[in-house]
Write a protein that binds this ligand. Structure first.
Ligand code: ATP
Ligand code: MG
Length: 248
C-alpha cells in the first residue's frame, strides 16, 4: 500500500484487506513499515514503546520470526512497527544494502504466507523505497477528494526508479478509490479522472466514506470484526476477492 500523500486510506485498507483475506482462508502477514504504527494498533496489537519491532529486524538483524504477532483473526499476523522506525530513514542512509533490508527480512519468512501486505508511510524516503524494493506489486489508495491525484506523479517516478534498478519486476496492481461519498459530485469526477489516468488499473471495489471505518481502529478492530455487515466491509471483501482472483 503506497501513496506519499497522507491520510488517503493506506493503513485502513491494509488492515481491512488483511483481515478479509485471512477470513477467506489465506495466510496473511501485514508488515507495518510506518513509524506511526497505525497498522499495528489498528490490527489490535498493543506493544510497549520500546518493544522490539520491524526496526530491530531491519537495522539490528533481529530474527523477524520472533517479532511476529498474531491478531485475533486466524491467519492474520503482523510484523509490528514502533516509533523507533522514525530513526530508520536516517540510519539507513549510512548502511550497506540500505534499500533492500526489508526484502532480506521478509525473505526469511515469506514462505509461511500466501500474501504479505506492506503498509508504507506517507513519504518517499528510504523506508518506502525498502517497501517498493521488497514488493511484487503496488496498490495505490487514492482518496475521492479534491487534489486526489496530487503527488501521484512523484510516486510514479519513484516506482520507475525502483524498477530501473532494485526491483525490475515491480508491477502496479491497481489504484484503490477510497472515502467515496456518493452525495458528492466531486467524488464522481475523481473516479472518472483516476480511471482515465490509470485505464484498466482501477479496482472495481470502491471504498465508501463511513464512520465505522474511522471508529474501528480505536477499538483495535478491523472492519471485519467491528461492523461486518457495513457497506465498507462489503467493499473490502470485494477487494479481497478481486485481488485473490488477480493473483491466482
Ligand atoms: P497516513 O498517510 O497517515 O499513514 P493513511 O493513508 O494510512 O494515512 P488511514 O490512516 O487509513 O490513511 O486513514 C486516514 C484517516 O481516515 C483515519 O482516521 C481513518 O480512520 C480514516 N478513514 C480511512 N478510510 C476511511 C473511510 N473509507 N471512511 C471514513 N474514514 C476513513
Ligand atoms: Mg497509514
Amino acid at each position: 500500500m503506497c501513496n506519499a500523500k497522507g491520510g488517503v486510506g493506506k493503513t485502513t485498507s491494509a488492515t481491512s484487506l488483511s483481515a478479509f483475506m485471512a477470513a477467506m482462508g489465506k495466510y496473511v502477514l501485514l508488515v507495518d513499515l510506518d513509524p506511526q504504527a497505525n497498522a499495528t494498533t489498528g490490527a489490535g496489537i498493543k506493544l510497549d514503546p520500546d518493544h522490539p519491532s520491524l526496526y530491530h529486524a531491519m537495522i539490528n538483524d533481529h530474527n523477524p520470526e520472533l517479532l511476529l504477532k498474531r491478531t485475533s483473526v486466524f491467519g492474520f499476523d503482523v510484523l509490528p512497527a514502533s516509533q523507533a522506525l522514525a530513526g530508520a530513514n536516517v540510519e539507513l542512509v549510512e548502511m550497506d544494502y540500505r534499500e533492500t533490508r526489508l526484502k532480506k527480512v521478509l525473505n526469511s519468512i515469506r514462505t509461511n504466507y500466501d500474501y504479505i501486505l506492506i503498509d508504507c508511510p506517507p513519504s518517499l524516503g528510504l523506508l518506502t523505497v525498502n517497501g517498493l524494493a521488497a514488493a511484487e506489486e503496488v496498490i495505490i489508495p487514492v482518496q475521492c477528494e479534491y487534489y486526489a491525484l496530487e503527488g501521484l506523479g512523484q510516486l510514479m517516478k519513484t516506482i520507475e526508479l525502483v524498477r530501473s534498478g532494485l526491483n525490475p519486476d515491480l508491477q502496479i496492481m491497481g489504484v484503490l478509490l477510497t472515502m467515496y461519498d456518493k452525495r458528492n459530485h466531486l467524488a464522481r469526477q475523481v473516479v472518472n479522472e483516476v480511471s482515465k489516468n490509470f485505464p484498466g488499473r482501477v479496482f472495481e471495489a470502491i471504498i465508501p466514506r463511513t464512520i465505522s471505518l474511522a471508529e474501528a481502529p480505536s477499538y483495535g478492530k478491523t472492519i471485519l470484526q467491528f461492523d461486518p455487515d457495513s457497506k465498507a466491509a462489503k467493499a473490502y471483501k470485494q477487494l479481497a476477492e478481486e485481488i485473490i482472483k488477480l493473483t491466482k
